[in-house]
Write a protein that binds this ligand. Structure first.
Ligand code: NDP
Length: 327
């Protein structure tokens, strides 16, 4: 038996609780992992609260991030004792995830735990931080450089936003944070934001084009915010869109794209090919200050993860949440 969060949906409703789970219930997979840490991402918040259709099979163990140690493996790439990391691949959605003491997975989904990080640091970065770095790499691929101008980061006090600010600052960019939480201004400045703009400036319907300001953007909010960011991006600027914290819609016009040559780059972390994941983790090792990561992170127990997930979806959680599944 092992402890884990189990999400159930039946006539009694949708619910998540910590339960003792029988090893025999573990799903198919060629690698069994003893989980050290998982984390809470926006998607885990949706899964645990049931506020979004993330979970596709019931019962489900949520948790899209896993850092742990291989207990048994039929996969030639891994042997017992190996330290491994997993982000995404539908884990915590269609396949049992990391918010439990044990997981059984496809070895192809795993990467070796990056040597620069402890298991706790790797999940502190987690899918949110790895996605932030995917955004940075996309900006770079489009040729963006620190001298080109300001980069705007929305949902700044959240997980993706916090890591994006820290990394962009480290790389020498001037970063402007967009946040709904004025009380986090000091935190955002410590991470590296030069200026903080209230998110209400971007959240209402805007004009197709506005005054040009941003050389680049990392947007986790979507909806009017993304539309307004595109409308105020400079000639040939680059906007990366990775999130929907403000809505799934995109009420924009083609004006920024056909009149200013703005590039909108979509970012997906879930099915991102393995070679790019390895590059992302190398770059995180190089470009993320672990002291800032410590500032971004706080830890909860497995049971505490359930109420914390609800707070995360309400936008009340700052930075990243590590879950120590063994306490
Ligand atoms: P968090 O909850 O940690 O951060 C989201 C932040 O968005 C909040 O902290 C808040 O920041 C802001 N926010 C919340 N609600 C609203 C709202 N209604 N309007 C405007 N801003 C809002 O989540 P994550 O950082 O983990 O994820 C952020 C987004 O990115 C999510 O939509 C998530 O699904 C997506 N994502 C996508 C991935 C991909 O592969 N494409 C991978 C990872 C995440 P503040 O208080 O500072 O305003």
């Amino acid at each position: 038996m092992f402890k884990g969060i189990l999400i159930e949906k039946d006539d009694a409703g949708y619910r998540a609780s910590v339960q003792d789970i029988d090893d025999a219930q573990l799903p198919e997979g060629d690698v069994t992992v003893r989980v050290d840490y998982s984390s809470l991402n926006y998607k885990d918040g949706l899964a645990i609260t049931g506020k979004g259709p993330v979970v596709r099979k019931f019962p489900m163990v949520p948790g899209i991030d896993i850092a742990g140690t291989v207990e048994a493996s039929d996969n030639p790439a891994y042997k017992a004792g190996d330290r491994v990391l997993l982000n995404g691949w539908g884990v915590g959605e269609t396949h049992w995830g990391g918010l439990a003491c044990k997981a059984r997975l496809k070895g192809d989904w795993l990467v070796p735990l990056p040597s620069a990080f402890t298991a706790r640091q790797a999940v502190a970065i987690g899918t949110a931080g790895y996605t932030a770095m995917l955004c940075v790499l996309a900006l770079e691929r489009q040729g963006l450089q620190p001298g080109d101008g300001e980069i705007v980061v929305t949902g700044a006090a959240g997980g993706v936003g916090s890591v994006a600010i820290a990394v962009l600052k480290q790389l020498g960019y001037a970063v402007v944070a967009v946040s709904g939480r004025p009380e986090e201004a000091d935190y955002l400045k410590q991470l590296g934001a030069a200026e903080i703009i209230d998110r209400s400036v971007f959240s209402a319907p805007g004009k197709p084009l506005g005054k040009e300001r941003w050389a680049g953007a990392v947007d986790v909010v979507g909806s009017h915010t993304l539309a307004n960011i595109c409308a105020t991006t400079k000639y040939r600027g680059v906007v990366t869109a990775c999130g929907l914290a403000g809505g799934m819609d995109f009420p924009s016009s083609v004006a920024p794209f056909i009149l200013r040559g703005v590039t909108l780059v979509g970012i997906d972390s879930v099915m991102c090919p393995r070679p790019e994941r390895l590059v992302v983790w190398e770059r995180l090792a190089r470009d993320l200050d672990v002291d800032k990561l410590a500032m971004i992170t706080h830890e909860v127990s497995l049971a505490e993860a359930i109420p914390t997930a609800a707070q995360l979806i309400e936008g009340k959680v700052r930075g990243r949440v590590v879950v120590d599944v063994n306490r």
